[in-house]
Design a protein around this ligand. Structure first.
Ligand code: 5RP
Length: 235
């Protein structure tokens, strides 16, 4: 369930802007997706120029790209903490008057369990996005990673909450998407979400849910790449 739309130039501007925040000695969370990939590539170029950093990847994809561009890798359990995490999003609430300002839906790449772990561990978490991701209300389906045995019972509980779950299909293989951690993904349509914080709490409480893609109150800033620059939202 990858996000449609968004110009590559805007994604590149956002990603490269976030990479500028990385200083010598940083441990950096490396998010997943096409926008973050621009940040990882920019960091690879900075490493070639002498920047010394270590990266904590959030997925097979970000690990492979980091290795390709020469970023030294480490693990969450091998560091005291992360200085910065850079990650993409499928939707970002952009309404300074809303309680949910800066809340995200993530998991279009099914990497949201590890992304949440890494993003939450960072002193600062910046989101990189193009304008197609901005919204006044979260309304995309919320990806929910579930233990494989639990997908039917979790689906029932999601329906009890008013959602419509769909098991994410792999597309290039018969059967469902299996995440990097061996879980399945239910894409759960709730329509326009009134209270992302409350829904996040309810989803987390369902036995069998590994992690959901609502990231509420986590981001410190969003860099929005535009046609001719980068806009910053601070939270
Ligand atoms: O949450 C994610 C992966 O699980 C991605 O960060 C999100 O899907 C955005 O990806 P892209 O930058 O390619 O639009």
């Amino acid at each position: 369930m990858k996000t449609a739309g968004g110009s590559d130039a805007a994604k590149r501007r956002a990603g490269e802007r976030a990479a500028e925040d990385v200083a010598d000695g940083f441990v950096v969370g490396l998010g997943t997706g096409s926008t973050t990939a621009y940040a990882i590539r920019a960091l690879g170029r900075a490493v070639d120029d002498g920047l010394e950093i270590r990266g904590v990847p959030t997925s097979f994809q970000s690990r492979q790209l980091a290795l390709e561009v020469g970023i030294e890798l480490t693990d969450l359990d091998a560091v005291d903490g992360l200085d910065l995490a850079i990650d993409g999003a499928d939707q970002v609430v952009d309404d300074a008057d809303a309680a949910a300002h800066g809340a995200l839906i993530k998991g279009g790449g099914a990497a949201h369990a590890r992304e949440k772990l890494v993003d939450a561990a960072a002193d600062r978490f910046v989101v990189v996005a193009d304008p197609s991701k901005l919204t006044t209300r979260l309304e995309r389906s919320v990806p929910v990673a579930v233990l494989p045995d639990a997908h039917t019972v979790v689906a029932d509980r999601i329906r009890d909450l008013g959602g419509e779950p769909t098991l994410r299909d792999a597309g290039e293989k018969d059967g469902p998407v299996v995440t990097d951690n061996g879980n399945l993904v239910l894409d759960c349509a709730f329509g326009s979400i009134d209270d992302p914080d409350e829904l996040a709490t309810r989803l987390s409480a369902i036995p069998g849910v590994v992690e959901h893609g609502l990231f509420v109150g986590m981001a410190d800033a969003t860099y929005v790449g535009t046609d001719d620059g980068v806009e910053t939202r601070h939270y």
